[in-house]
Ligand binder design. Structure first.
Ligand SMILES: [Zn+2]
Ligand SMILES: [Zn+2]
Length: 367
C-alpha cells in the first residue's frame, strides 16, 4: 500500500483551519470529483474517496486531535469504518447536487412574492388574497406518482434502499441507485395528471393579513406555503415582501405622515385654525401666531400606526405661505400703512409703473 497523504494537504487547508473551512474545502473537492459527475474516471473517484476520508477524520474533534498528535498511526484501532462514512452529503452539498440527488428527500423550495400595498392598507390593516403559482403534491396520487389504485413497488436494483454500494478495497462507497434515482421505489403505471412525477404546478389563493404599520421591505414568512418537498421532506416557505406604493398626497417618514398646507400671510402672522387633509378625512390644525414658511406643525397620533402597538405617529404639516398677487387699492394702502408702522422703508412699485407708462426708463437715467 502506498504512503498515505496528509489529510490537511489533501483538503488543502492549514493545520489550524476551523470546522467551517474544512467543510468548505471538502465540499469543493467533493463537487469536483464526485463519481456521479465523473462516471468511469478512476482518478476522480480516488480523489473523492481520499478527500472524504480526510474530511471524515478532520471534522471529528477527537479523531482530529489524535491525528494531529500521532498522524495516521493515531487513528488505528479507533474503529473508523470508512465504508460507513456517516457524512450527510446533503448537509455538505446543499443544493449543488439538486439534480444528482433529486429523488432523495429534499426540502421544498421557498418562494418569494413581492406584494404592492397602498399607504391606506398599512394604516388600516387589510386582509389580502394573493395568487401564488407553486409546485404542489399531486392531489390525484397524493404525491406517489403511481396511477390511482396502484402503488409504487420497491426498486429491484437497490431493494428499496435508494443507494447502492460499491466496494473498492477497504473503502465502500454508497451512491444513488441509478434505476430509481434514490427513491427506492419504481412506478409501473404512472399517475396521469402528474405524469408520474408526484407533483403538479398549481396556482393557489393564499390569504394574508397585512398588519398596521408595516413598511416597505417587511417580510412575512408563511411556513410550509412554498413548494412541496421531495420524498417526504417538508415544503419550503412562502416569503411575502411588502412594498408600500408612494401616495400622491402623503409621504411617509417612519410612522409620521408628511403633507403640506397653504396659509395666507395674515394667518401666518396672526395665527388661527385651518382644516387640513388627513388620510381619513379632515383635521383641524392650529397655526400659532408668527408661523414661518416651511414650519412643521404636528397633529399627534394621525400618522401611521406603530407595528403591533396601539399608538401612531403624527401627521406633520409643512406650512407654505401664500403671498397675495393682486391687491385692491385699499388693501395696498393698509399694507403700506402697516409697513410704515413697522418702520420699514418701503419702496412702492406704484411709481415705477407710472414712470414706465410715461416712457421713462431706468436706462434713460438723467445722470
Ligand atoms: Zn399524480
Ligand atoms: Zn433503486
Amino acid at each position: 500500500m502506498t504512503q498515505k497523504r496528509d489529510y490537511y494537504e489533501i483538503l488543502n487547508v492549514n493545520r489550524d483551519a476551523d470546522a467551517d473551512e474544512i467543510k468548505k474545502a471538502y465540499r469543493k473537492l467533493a463537487i469536483q470529483f464526485h463519481p456521479d459527475k465523473n462516471p468511469g474516471d478512476k482518478v476522480a473517484e480516488d480523489k473523492f474517496k481520499e478527500a472524504t476520508e480526510a474530511y471524515e477524520v478532520l471534522r471529528d474533534a477527537e479523531k482530529r486531535s489524535r491525528y494531529d498528535r500521532f498522524g495516521h498511526a493515531g487513528l488505528e484501532g479507533m474503529g473508523i469504518d470508512f465504508g460507513d462514512l456517516g457524512i450527510n452529503l446533503d448537509d455538505v452539498f446543499g443544493d449543488v447536487f439538486g439534480d444528482l440527488f433529486r429523488r432523495s428527500p429534499k426540502r421544498g423550495r421557498s418562494l418569494q412574492y413581492n406584494l404592492d400595498v397602498t399607504l391606506e392598507d398599512v394604516i388600516h390593516g387589510k386582509e389580502v388574497t394573493i395568487q401564488v403559482p407553486r409546485i404542489e403534491s399531486c392531489p390525484t396520487c397524493e404525491g406517489s406518482g403511481a396511477k390511482e389504485g396502484t402503488r409504487p413497488t420497491p426498486c429491484p436494483q437497490c431493494h428499496g434502499r435508494g443507494q447502492i454500494s460499491q466496494s473498492q478495497g477497504f473503502f465502500t462507497m454508497s451512491r444513488t441507485c441509478p434505476r430509481c434515482r434514490g427513491a427506492g421505489t419504481i412506478i409501473a403505471e404512472p399517475c396521469q395528471p402528474c405524469s408520474g412525477r408526484g407533483v403538479v404546478r398549481n396556482t393557489r389563493d393564499i390569504k394574508l393579513n397585512i398588519d398596521k404599520g408595516v413598511d416597505t421591505g417587511f417580510k412575512y414568512q408563511l411556513r410550509g406555503e412554498g413548494e412541496v418537498g421531495v420524498n417526504g421532506a417538508p415544503p419550503g416557505d412562502l416569503i411575502v415582501v411588502i412594498h408600500v406604493e408612494p401616495h400622491e398626497r402623503f409621504q411617509r417618514d417612519r410612522n409620521d405622515l408628511i403633507t403640506s398646507a397653504k396659509i395666507s400671510f395674515v394667518q401666518a402672522t396672526l395665527g388661527g385654525n385651518i382644516e387640513v387633509d388627513s388620510i381619513d378625512g379632515k383635521e383641524e390644525l392650529h397655526i400659532p401666531p408668527g408661523t414661518q414658511w416651511g414650519a412643521h406643525l404636528r397633529i399627534p397620533n394621525k400618522g401611521v400606526p406603530h407595528y403591533r402597538r396601539s399608538y401612531s405617529g403624527d401627521l406633520v404639516v409643512r406650512v407654505e405661505i401664500e403671498t397675495p398677487k393682486h391687491l385692491s387699492t385699499e388693501q395696498r394702502r393698509a399694507l403700506e400703512e402697516f409697513a410704515k408702522l413697522r418702520g420699514e422703508s418701503h419702496q412702492s412699485e406704484h411709481g415705477g409703473f407710472w414712470d414706465k407708462l410715461l416712457g421713462r426708463h431706468d436706462d434713460e437715467d438723467p445722470e
